[in-house]
Design a protein around this ligand. Structure first.
Ligand code: CA
Length: 503
């Protein structure tokens, strides 16, 4: 198979589609990531099956849903004896590597398998001078994590066995919380960033989960999230932000006397009279820090694409840019993810492969992260094993949707009322027109869950008429046919993938 393409899979952590300029939200510029879209295809309905890091990574690697691969929560590591796509590519003739965030567990039973080379961050990893585990060895690498992941990826590409096609997973830590930009990007984005129209959402007309979640920019951000310290009794200016004291939530001016916040890098002081003033400050500071970490990713993508050009590899290399899930950037007043609501459910997905994909294509078909592994194998001309539950995206890459294309994405979040975010457990489906959600509200003692038993609720959103997801129409008499149709579709989907409905 001399013409097997190389596969360069680049994945960021928590990168919302809205923060890639190819998606045209107008909040930042990512010219290098955009190149992949301009020279290839942008997917607008690519969805995650469980909107948190670890489960999404397991789904991507194994091509299976989380009730099958067992990685249902952030604290359930991957059994690395399971087959995965890297192992299949490796036996199919590929040289394989993973660099950067792994987050599927550590130690003999959970470290990467199927990779000829691996150098990964333990846990979430640090932004500056991170520890890394490199082929079972602990190393501390000095520098900024995004640059390190790019450097190590380029280094491996240069030293790889050039007689084989390569499969490289380049996994960035950024733009994960706590959004620490490289010093050279600390001052970009001077102007205010526009505030989403649902920023002041009151969570009326919705299931209780939305109001109960502790993911609000106004109330739930910590000092560390925003690179701030307290003027006294807290950290010194310049100290690293990992200390427990900075993980405290920032109080509101109404609740304390003389709230002063200090920039941990510059020592600049900020004071606030009202909660509104502080909310505005938090939103801007959060978005800017988040977007500044993305500037480094974009720079790294530019270097990788340049390397492919300079080494005549661009034609025969599939380049993918995605994120392990979406992220709220102030929609519904939130940061974070976890929910089946759109900004968290949608994964950015850009793919370039000049041999098969025409430039500047946009794909509106529904697909999900479980489909990635079968797609890699299909691209490599290898057999897709029957245990994989996704399907290859190859037919879509040719520019049209086949008649029998699946029209449903399934999402299930298991970590009921996790201590940090209090997000409720739910499952549901999204079609092109509707989204049905069942808040079953049980943790079943899974790691990282809390007491269940809250009232169970259903939600139905009309994705075309209510794209902002503000009106639950589940009980609206005009939608009862849709409710019945969506409930049947949900039941059928769960049967098909073997997940157990809650009663
Ligand atoms: Ca993530």
């Amino acid at each position: 198979m001399s013409n097997q393409p190389n596969i360069l899979f680049i994945m960021a952590d928590d990168h919302a589609a809205k923060a890639i300029s190819a998606y045209k939200a107008g909040i930042n510029e990512t010219p290098n990531i955009d190149r992949i879209a301009q020279e290839g295809m942008r997917f607008d309905h690519c969805y995650v099956t469980n909107s948190i890091c670890t489960p999404s990574r397991a789904a991507i690697l194994t091509g299976t849903y989380n009730h099958v691969n067992g990685v249902t929560t952030l604290n359930t590591p991957l059994n690395n004896r399971l087959p995965n796509v890297a192992k299949h590519l490796q036996t199919g003739g590929y040289e394989t590597a993973i660099v950067g965030k792994w987050h599927l567990g550590e130690g003999k039973d959970h470290e990467p398998t199927g990779f000829d080379y691996w150098s990964v961050l333990p846990g979430q990893g640090e932004y500056f001078d991170p520890f890394m585990i490199e082929m079972e060895r602990d190393v501390e690498v000095s520098g900024y994590v995004t640059d390190i992941v790019t450097d190590k990826s380029l280094n491996w590409l240069e030293k790889r066995n050039k007689n084989k096609p390569f499969f490289l997973m380049c996994h960035h830590k950024a733009p994960h919380r706590e959004w620490e930009p490289h010093p050279k990007y600390r001052d970009i984005y001077k102007d205010n960033i526009k505030v989403p129209e649902t920023f002041h959402d009151d969570y009326k007309n919705r299931a209780k989960a939305a109001a109960e979640a502790k993911m609000r920019i106004k109330d739930d951000m910590t000092y560390a999230d925003l690179g701030l310290v307290q003027p006294e009794g807290g950290l010194e200016v310049g100290q690293r932000s990992t200390a427990t004291s900075t993980r405290r939530k920032i109080p509101n001016p109404e609740d304390v006397t003389n709230l002063r916040l200090i920039d941990k890098e510059t020592g600049e002081a900020f004071t606030f009279e009202t909660k509104d003033e502080l909310s505005h400050f938090k939103y801007q500071r959060y978005l800017k820090r988040y977007l500044r970490t993305i500037a480094s990713i974009d720079e790294g993508i530019g270097r990788l694409l340049d390397y492919l050009d300079e080494n005549q590899l661009s034609e025969n290399t599939v380049v993918i840019y995605t994120s392990d899930q979406g992220f709220f950037l102030g929609e519904h007043g939130w940061f974070d993810k976890r929910f089946i609501y759109e900004q968290s459910l949608q994964m950015p997905f850009l793919i370039r492969y000049p041999e098969k994909i025409m430039p500047a294509q946009i794909c509106s078909s529904i697909c999900c992260n479980v489909d990635f592994a079968p797609t890699f194998l299909d691209l490599a001309g290898l057999r897709i094993p029957s245990y994989m539950q996704g399907i290859s995206l190859m037919p879509l890459l040719k520019g049209s949707e086949p008649d029998n294309w699946p029209q449903i994405a399934y999402h299930r979040y298991w970590m009921h009322r996790d201590p940090d975010h209090n997000a409720y457990a739910h499952y549901g489906i999204r079609t092109q027109s509707y989204k049905l959600i069942y808040w079953y509200n049980e943790g079943y003692s899974l790691p990282g869950t809390n007491q269940g038993g809250q009232d169970r609720e259903w939600e139905l959103f009309d994705c075309k008429k209510d794209p902002l997801e503000l009106f639950n129409v589940f009980s609206d008499p005009n939608y009862q046919e849709v409710v019945a149709m969506m409930k049947t579709a949900l039941q059928k989907k769960m049967m098909e993938i073997g997940d157990e409905p809650e009663h």
